[in-house]
Structure formats: structure tokens, C-alpha cells
Design a protein around this ligand. Structure first.
Ligand code: SF4
Length: 233
């Protein structure tokens, strides 16, 4: 179900839940650009065990007791930060509503996600409700195929996938990710920040998300107390 950390997230604080990637079945907002640079598809290709785990998660997500199981898992493991979807995306309004319930009922757990499902109106409506919750940090993923989304809700930030040196992110972008071949090249200063893992700076150790916090911290320096389950609403 949820797994603890990885090379980029860090090994301790951040857990994630993932689904298979790379088709519109589980990534309904995918674009030619993101489809051709998807790290999650590559991961599933060279790690069959991971691909199997993601397929099992997809089956789990279709069970009626999915929300209850996820909440119980989070509480049992005293998880404080959850990245929804290292792979996959909100694939239907119903599935997105399930996560909305989970996020609502665990107000002391921080959830964050990047999504291209904002391109599907019925799913976007649910995502916007999730993004309005204080314990949720939502990123709309964008690229040269989508352009910057119109009407971005106040609490939602925009992450741009930069795929070529001439793929200049619009000024309203809040964060830039870069495809692998660009990551070793220092990014010009000024403009939107680049993920510190991908900005070409030489470091003794890669920056992990649990240390960086740009994507998941609702407020700088915020504290993350133990999770609690609220009574059913
Ligand atoms: S900006 Fe920071 S938190 Fe966001 S993906 Fe990069 S390292 Fe992780």
C-alpha cells in the first residue's frame, strides 16, 4: 500500500501511494510531453516488483474499504507526510473523492500531490476541494503541451516540466522540474526556482524532499504532530 521514502523523497518522513503510470487509464490528464519523459514508467519498466505493487494498489483503490484501509495504515505507522502518487494520478472523480475523504479525516497529516488530472473538469472539481484543505498541498503539473492552467485556485501551485533548453517556463510557474538530460546543466538564476535535485548544482549528497520541503510544507517551519482519525463526518 503506502511505501516509506525513496531515493528522492528521503528515507524517513515521507510515505507515498502510487498507481501504474503512462496510460490514460490511470493518468487521464497525460500529455505527449509528460508521456515521453515519465520517470514512473521507466521505474516500472526496470523494477517489475514495483510495477506489480502499483497494480495491486490500483486494485485496492477500487475496493469500497480503500479509504478506511489507507487511514488505518497511516495511523498505525504514525505517518505525518504523504505524497499521493509518485506514479499514477487521480484517474476518476470517484477515486479523487476517496482521497478527499482521507485527507479530510486526517487533518494532522500533510498530503501533497502533483497532478495533470486538472485537465479533466470533473476530477479538477474534486482536486480543488482537496486543495482548499489546510493539510493538503496541491500542484498542477504543466508543460509545453498544456501551457499554464487557467483559473488556478489560490492555494494551488504550478510545476512546469522543462524538456529542452528553449522550453522557457512561463513567469507564473512556481517550480520547474527538468528532464534527465538537462539536470546536469546549471540553470540560469532568476525566474522560477528549479527543484534543487535538478538544477545542475554540484552537491556532496542529493537534496531529498524531506529536507527541502518546498513541495509539501504548507507553511515554512510548520510542525507535523502525530495523526489522529476524526469521527465519521
Ligand atoms: S523542490 Fe524540494 S520538495 Fe520539491 S521535488 Fe524538489 S527536492 Fe522535493
Amino acid at each position: 500500500m503506502l511505501t516509506r521514502g525513496n531515493y528522492k523523497l528521503g528515507q524517513d518522513r515521507i510515505w507515498s501511494f502510487s498507481l501504474p503510470s503512462g496510460t490514460t487509464e490511470t493518468c487521464p490528464g497525460m500529455t505527449p510531453t509528460c508521456g515521453s519523459h515519465c520517470y514512473a514508467v521507466a521505474l516500472e519498466r526496470y523494477r517489475p516488483a514495483t510495477a506489480n505493487a502499483y497494480r495491486r494498489n490500483l486494485e485496492l483503490s477500487q475496493r469500497r474499504d480503500f479509504a478506511r484501509r489507507v487511514r488505518a495504515f497511516i495511523v498505525a505507522h504514525e505517518i505525518r507526510i504523504v505524497r499521493i502518487h509518485v506514479g499514477g494520478d487521480f484517474y476518476s472523480p470517484r477515486y479523487a473523492r476517496t482521497w478527499l475523504r482521507i485527507v479530510r479525516r486526517l487533518p494532522r497529516v500533510t498530503f501533497y500531490f502533483y497532478t495533470r488530472a486538472w485537465r479533466v473538469l470533473a476530477i479538477r472539481a474534486v482536486i480543488n476541494r482537496m486543495a482548499a484543505l489546510a493539510n493538503c498541498v496541491a500542484w498542477f503539473s504543466a508543460d509545453r503541451d498544456t501551457g499554464v492552467p487557467a483559473d488556478v485556485p489560490p492555494r494551488v501551485r504550478v510545476a512546469w516540466l522543462m524538456t529542452a533548453p528553449d522550453d522557457t517556463p512561463p513567469a507564473s510557474t512556481n517550480l520547474i522540474f527538468r528532464v534527465r538530460r538537462l539536470r546536469r546543466v546549471p540553470h540560469p538564476t532568476g525566474g522560477s526556482p528549479v527543484c534543487p535535485n535538478e538544477n545542475g548544482a554540484v552537491r556532496a549528497r542529493p537534496t531529498t524532499c524531506e529536507v527541502c520541503g518546498r513541495c509539501w510544507r504548507p507553511t515554512p517551519g510548520g510542525r507535523f504532530p502525530l495523526p489522529v482519525i476524526q469521527p465519521d463526518l
